[in-house]
Design a protein around this ligand. Structure first.
Ligand code: DAH
Length: 340
């Protein structure tokens, strides 16, 4: 019995790191001349009452030795195949980089979510448009300066076509194709031939809203915009509507929110007024309804257009709009986590 224990100890202490060690192990424990083999031969010499127990233990030890041998052999073989291939399996893995949302996309999605909860349906339209959908149907007089080469990018090969300067063109397309009630939200890219500075860019994003039904009033518009401002900037947010002018709305207004940076006290960002302009809005001009095949005697409605970069700059306190279009990954990657 002490021999059995002795061999077990030797088995456990045997270090196998290469094929030579493995072969030594085989010779020492599994070959015909191995000590273990001798023990098997001795079973018959053991006293009958102890023989069964002894036999069992010797056989278990032999199986144990065989198992160790097989395991080490398999391990060495797999190492050999790693070593022979070009793959360095021991090289530390690099982390998987996960994509992130662009800050403008985060804010645009949030704006759309708020209006979708109120029943506004998201719709889109083409970036390349014609004069009718961008200007004429929206009541722009033929001489209106917005049509000017200074503001609008025209398509060189077909000067009838232009890059839309606002998402209001999607209102026109929606009204041409649907009868009231209409309640849509239209996110999209817009283009203007403007000098690129810290505050303005030739590409930016707008979200347009349109609601047309019977008996829609300015009070409805005001309530929806107040709800939006509170959802977007917090329950305490104050808004103010200032009279303004757009060819396609009458009356027209611009909506300001109380400056989030100074709390209304006045600072550089709000030019010491305590207020920040967020969007244009108004009651859809009856001419526009008629241009788009909607009976202006029966229906009325409101529209609004929100500048997304403006809101994104406010939300994330970014002081240069150009950062949104440079696609420097170090800048863009910062916002996904912050928006949660
Ligand atoms: N389209 C206007 C712009 O680009 C924004 C706007 C103002 C949209 C008033 C509207 C509106 O729908 O009613 O500046």
């Amino acid at each position: 019995m002490s021999k059995i224990e002795n061999i077990k100890l030797k088995l456990d202490q045997f270090v196998i790191e290469n094929n030579e060690h493995l072969e030594n192990f085989r010779l020492q424990f599994l070959s015909k001349k191995a000590e273990l083999q001798e023990l098997l031969g001795e079973i018959k010499n053991v006293a009958p009452e102890l023989r069964k127990d002894f036999g069992q233990q010797v056989n278990q030890l032999k199986q144990y030795a065989q198992q160790l041998f097989d395991d080490y052999k398999a391990k060495l073989e797999s190492q050999i195949s790693y070593n022979q291939s070009d793959v360095d399996v021991f090289r530390p893995a690099t982390g998987i980089t996960v994509g992130s949302m662009h800050p403008v996309t985060i804010v645009m999605n949030k704006v759309c979510d708020i209006f979708e909860k109120l029943g506004f349906e998201p719709v889109s339209g083409p970036d390349i448009e014609d004069d009718w959908h961008v200007f004429s149907a929206l009541n722009f007089a033929p001489e209106h300066p917005a049509r000017d080469m200074q503001d609008t990018f025209f398509v060189e090969v077909n000067p009838e076509m232009l890059l839309r300067t606002h998402t209001s063109s999607i209102q026109v397309r929606t009204m041409e194709q649907n009868q009231p009630p209409i309640r849509v939200i239209c996110p999209g890219r817009v283009f203007r031939n403007e000098t690129i500075t810290a505050r303005s860019h030739c590409i930016f994003h707008q979200v347009e809203g349109l609601y047309i039904a019977e008996n829609v009033t300015f009070a409805d518009l005001k309530q929806v915009l107040l709800y939006f401002a509170k959802e977007m900037f917090g329950e305490e947010t104050k808004i103010r509507l200032r009279p303004s002018y757009f060819p396609f709305t009458e009356p027209s207004a611009e909506m300001d929110i109380e400056c989030k940076i100074c709390g209304g006290a006045g600072c550089n960002v709000c030019k010491h007024s305590g207020w920040l302009e967020i969007m244009g809005c108004g009651m859809v001009d009856p001419n526009v309804l008629d241009n788009c095949g909607i009976d202006s005697k029966k229906y009325s409605g409101y529209a609004f257009g929100i500048g997304i970069e403006r809101m994104t700059m406010l939300k994330y306190k970014t002081n240069d709009i150009r950062l949104y279009f440079e696609n420097d990954i170090r800048f863009i990657q910062q916002f996904t986590a912050a928006s949660k």
